[in-house]
Design a protein around this ligand. Structure first.
Ligand code: SF4
Length: 474
């Protein structure tokens, strides 16, 4: 019997989910509408979070914030955008909640006022010691308005003995642990920083005389900005009328960049560490073809994230590729439904096999990952119903056996099918004729990101940063 998986907040899903996307712009020339460019940047980053969106504009120390629930296009219309007074800088955020409930009080950017001045924060990632820090802050009198990790940072800044807000912010970075790519805004400066492991992406770009910062370079393309470089792990970049300054708040250490950004999350048209995400995915498909020796008639991707890998697989194996499943692009990327029967229906609404392509064929179905297995099971069932003779499942990542505490929502360990079942058992559960996962070595060999090393904890359980008890127990 299909098992029903639900999260503490009642959601049921079968894919890893992104947590957030951040964007920032500093335009001293006044040439651009920073609110409009931030809106466009968030639009490009929408795949990183669909639950809430927000923009905060700074007009010479006057902060103007608007945020709400839903997609960027739901939260902002022309009137709302023009109500954000123009200014010389802005930051924006799209959110998928893994920390804090899905409600507007938890939408970002977070704007706080303390004796040190105003501070706007937009955070992508997950702090692994926020439980301890929050308990300690509350014990000493701090009052929290949200359940966001990000608010912990705001309180640390407010309580810092440093008078200068940038020094106080830097000091707070030394107290937090885990994954954080942050864009922040003070009265005079735009700040961008990344945690010492560099778990989540954050890039710096130029648009004429202006500087832009974004979770992914696809947000630069949409506004015509040029990718300049990635923000380094443990680095703080401060941009203001004096120019751009960079310093480290943490000693240099090896990268532990989230490998799932390459496997699934990041947009294929983004560049990370000089590596095209699209080409890395294609290479994963080629590598998988080298590792998987099965005779078949047709390569079919699970749309749309399986497409680059399927093309690579086809190129390497010589087996023809075709669109055997069509995706309804007007259905969201997540499966958020209250009951099993409705979720199955949603798979049907979202993906439809093409009988004319599949009938009588031995199909290799390519996908990026299996988290709970329920969606794979449905897809295979539908492909068989469309007349496939054999269905072999090929996955461009190793089995996900451990949850993520660094900003991706993989849910709890007991909900991960590979934590409980062997590859043969998973294959049987999803109804495939065979199941092949890409080896970890093959996966790592497929990515040539300059200077990058990778976190692979969800395959191995070797967590690069220790997770506090509160966080582990959810
Ligand atoms: S545990 Fe997995 S999903 Fe989380 S950061 Fe590491 S590689 Fe990414």
């Amino acid at each position: 019997m299909a098992r029903e998986y639900s999260l503490p907040n009642g959601r049921i899903k079968d894919k890893m989910e992104e947590e957030c996307g951040v964007f920032g712009i500093y335009d001293p020339s006044g040439r651009y509408s920073v609110a409009n460019l931030t809106y466009l940047g968030l639009h490009a980053l929408q795949h990183r979070g669909q639950e809430s969106a927000g923009i905060c504009v700074n007009n010479h120390g006057e902060f103007n914030l608007h945020k709400g629930m839903g997609l960027v296009t739901n939260v902002f219309d022309e009137e709302k955008l023009s109500s954000l007074d123009e200014g010389e800088m802005a930051i924006g955020h799209v959110r998928y909640s893994t920390t804090g409930a899905s409600k507007v009080v938890n939408a970002q950017p977070l704007l706080v006022k303390s004796i040190k001045g105003e501070l706007a924060l937009a955070h992508n990632g997950n702090l692994v010691n926020s439980g301890e820090l929050r308990a300690n802050l509350e014990y000493h009198g701090s009052i929290f308005h949200s359940t966001l990790d990000t608010e912990v940072i705001a309180h640390l800044v407010a309580r810092s003995f440093k008078d200068d807000i940038i020094e106080a912010f830097t000091q707070s970075l030394q107290q937090i642990k885990g994954a954080f790519s942050i864009v922040a805004m003070t009265k005079n400066s735009l700040i961008a920083t990344r945690d010492p492991n560099g778990f989540r992406p954050l890039s710096l770009g130029r648009l004429g005389e202006s500087y832009v910062v974004a979770s992914e370079t696809c947000a630069f393309d949409i506004i015509g900005a040029e990718h300049f470089r990635d923000i380094k792990p443990g680095e703080v970049v401060v941009i203001n009328k004096e120019g751009i300054e960079s310093f480290r708040y943490y000693e240099e250490r090896p990268y532990n960049f989230c490998i799932f950004e390459f496997i699934y999350f990041a947009r294929p048209d983004s560049i990370i560490g000089d590596q095209s995400v699209y080409l890395a995915r294609k290479e994963m498909g080629k590598q998988l073809a080298r590792e998987m020796k099965i005779e078949a008639d047709l390569i079919v991707p699970v749309p749309s994230s399986g497409v680059p890998a399927a093309l690579g697989f086809s190129e390497e194996s010589g087996i023809p590729y075709d669109y055997g499943i069509l995706r309804n692009r007007y259905v969201g990327r997540t499966f958020i439904q209250p009951a099993q029967d409705i979720r199955d229906l949603k798979v049907r609404i979202k993906l439809n096999p093409l009988k004319e392509i599949i009938e009588g064929k031995r199909v290799i179905l390519i996908d990026d990952s299996i988290v709970r297995g329920t969606t794979s099971k449905q897809i295979i069932k539908r492909i068989r119903a469309a007349g496939a003779k054999e269905v072999h499942m090929a996955i461009t990542s190793p089995p996900v056996t451990h949850p993520c505490y660094y900003g991706l929502d993989t849910s709890r360990r007991q909900e991960l099918i590979a934590a409980e079942k062997s590859v043969a058992e998973i294959s049987e559960y999803i109804g495939a004729d065979s199941l092949t996962y890409l080896s970890q070595e093959g996966l790592l060999n497929s990515i040539k990101a300059n200077g990058y090393g990778f976190c692979t904890a969800c395959f191995s359980g070797d967590y690069p940063v220790e997770v506090d008890k509160v966080k582990k127990e959810g």
